[in-house]
Design a protein around this ligand. Structure first.
Ligand SMILES: NC(=O)C1=CN([C@@H]2O[C@H](COP(=O)(O)OP(=O)(O)OC[C@H]3O[C@@H](n4cnc5c(N)ncnc54)[C@H](OP(=O)(O)O)[C@@H]3O)[C@@H](O)[C@H]2O)C=CC1
Ligand SMILES: O=C1CO[C@H](CO)[C@@H](O)[C@@H]1O
Length: 445
């Protein structure tokens, strides 16, 4: 599947599509809505793992018609096929978008983190609505480009942090905004997940197995520097999370979940002011096993001060009991957030209902919404749901800034969000973005 001729053909297609895009800028699908027969023509990119559940849940909306599927590993399209047996299956999303053109209104992008931006940017430039998995991108710069492109294209977007719509996170956001714990002085968020350990490796393997016949390794590698395939679960599937070239470690995997209710509840829209990382060590390949990342974020109407400290812990680290100040009978969950307020603390377990450490105060749960159908409804109506790429881009910039800080443990990096620059360490700026492999570049907006 991986051959020079494939690469050449793909490069040629890329050039011709770029030339076409320069002259015809596609309109968002709801503008073309008259031709839709009230249906959203949907294509799923990345069809196994999370991709399968994303496609299934999007396709469960009665106005969605699955018109195509795409996965770089054709053996991983078997599960999704019964959802629309007549829909064609592609291995290269570009060929799918070229061949089907206006027959696709919207796509899901449920691929490893390093390919979120290149695929989503292309789709948005062609006027497609995009549902893209978390973290929105692998780098800070890519998250900024996604925000800008979504705005420029006027398409409907949503990040795949589905717990955003779940009762637990919505209940916490409402309680904070209702002032149950008063203004918020600090937030501590933590997850047990480690930055590496999924593949069992800390360095590239010495021996590499042959690439499976069903997999196009050139397309899987995409924007990253080419490297040999490794073997099953060295990088693909799932274990890419460990590796700096492809995944984003523990904070990349869970930051857009756990920090989402923090950003939503406190209505954070400003860029981080500074970030500081301390961890158990890292090399040039994988992310640290355990880390503590301290952010300072601009304050909002819901914070006690003009800035807010947010501390992130992963790999088994967690806030101390002296921060949590739990009541007798309460216990800290295995992962979640502690909002430290002027009147008490709100503890929000990941995916479970929040509680407070104030005697006699109980929080009334609010209802869950359907995250997937909310995006489909938005595509059909033109109404942007709450966590589109503007919101998800901001959140992902903060998350990936934490990964930039990992390269400079013990240093406080000062960030100028407007200029997209670390102002007190020029070397750190290179980690805000990456070098793109020839033929897989992303143009800046
Ligand atoms: N919101 C949530 O709760 C969750 C979100 N996720 C997110 O979903 C994304 C996918 O994760 P996960 O499913 O675990 O990863 P996997 O590696 O298991 O699967 C990714 C799928 O995408 C395919 N793929 C890879 N590259 C491309 C490409 N360029 N074009 C088309 N298909 C491609 C993969 O094929 P191949 O088999 O060749 O790798 C595979 O089928 C990640 O961003 C992750 O963070 C994951 C789990 C839960
Ligand atoms: O919520 C999730 C469940 O676990 C997965 C694997 O770590 C994450 O990627 C995902 O976001």
């Amino acid at each position: 599947m991986t051959s020079t001729s494939d690469t050449t053909r793909r490069d040629f297609l890329k050039t011709s599509v770029a030339a076409a895009a320069a002259t015809t800028f596609a309109a968002p699908a709801f503008v073309r809505g008259q031709n839709l027969n009230s249906q959203l023509q949907f294509a799923g990119i990345g069809t196994d793992g999370k991709g399968y559940s994303d496609i299934k849940l999007i396709a469960s909306h009665d106005k969605v018609k699955c018109v195509a599927f795409c996965d770089v590993d054709l053996s991983r399209t078997k599960k999704v096929k019964p959802l629309a047996p007549e829909a064609p299956v592609f291995q290269d999303y570009k060929i799918m978008l070229d061949e089907l053109g206006d027959k696709i209104d919207a796509v899901s992008v449920s691929t490893p983190d390093h390919t979120h931006a290149i695929i989503s940017m292309d789709a948005m430039q062609r006027g497609k609505h995009v549902y893209c998995q978390k973290p929105l991108t692998r780098t800070v710069w890519e998250a900024r480009q996604m925000r800008l492109q979504a705005k420029k294209s006027g398409v409907i977007t949503r990040m795949g942090n589905q717990i955003h719509s779940h009762s637990a996170y919505r209940t916490a956001a409402k309680a904070i905004q209702d002032g149950v714990i008063g203004k918020v002085k600090a937030v501590h968020s933590y997850v047990g997940t480690t930055g590496h350990g999924r593949s069992g490796l800390l360095n590239k393997p010495a021996n590499n197995e042959a690439v499976p016949k069903t997999l196009d390794w050139n397309l899987w590698i995409s924007v990253a520097p080419m490297r040999p395939y490794g073997g099953n679960r060295v990088y693909h599937p799932f274990t890419w999370r460990d590796w700096q070239d492809f995944g984003s470690g523990a904070i990349g995997d869970f930051g857009c979940h756990l920090l989402d209710p923090v950003y939503t509840a406190l209505k954070i829209t400003g860029d981080p002011i500074s970030v500081h990382s301390e961890h158990t060590g890292m090399n040039d390949e994988v992310w640290p096993a355990q880390e503590t990342i301290k952010y300072v974020i601009p304050g909002t109407q819901y914070t006690a001060g003009s800035s807010l400290p947010i501390t992130w812990y992963d790999g088994g680290r967690r806030p101390s009991d002296s921060i949590a100040k739990l009541l007798p009978g309460q216990s800290l969950p295995s992962g979640g957030s502690i909002f430290v307020g002027e009147k008490g603390n709100l503890i929000l377990p990941h995916y479970r209902q929040p509680f407070v450490n104030i005697e006699g105060v109980n929080i009334e749960p609010v209802e869950s919404l359907d995250h997937y159908h909310g995006w489909v409804d938005g595509c059909l109506s033109g109404k942007q749901p709450s966590d589109g790429f503007e919101y998800g881009g901001h959140l992902t910039e903060a998350v990936q800034l934490g990964n930039v800080a990992a390269f400079f443990p013990g240093e406080t990096l000062e960030f100028d969000g407007k200029a997209l620059k670390i102002t007190n360490n020029s070397e750190a700026n290179k980690y805000l973005t990456r070098d793109y492999r020839a033929g897989f570049e992303i143009a800046s907006i």
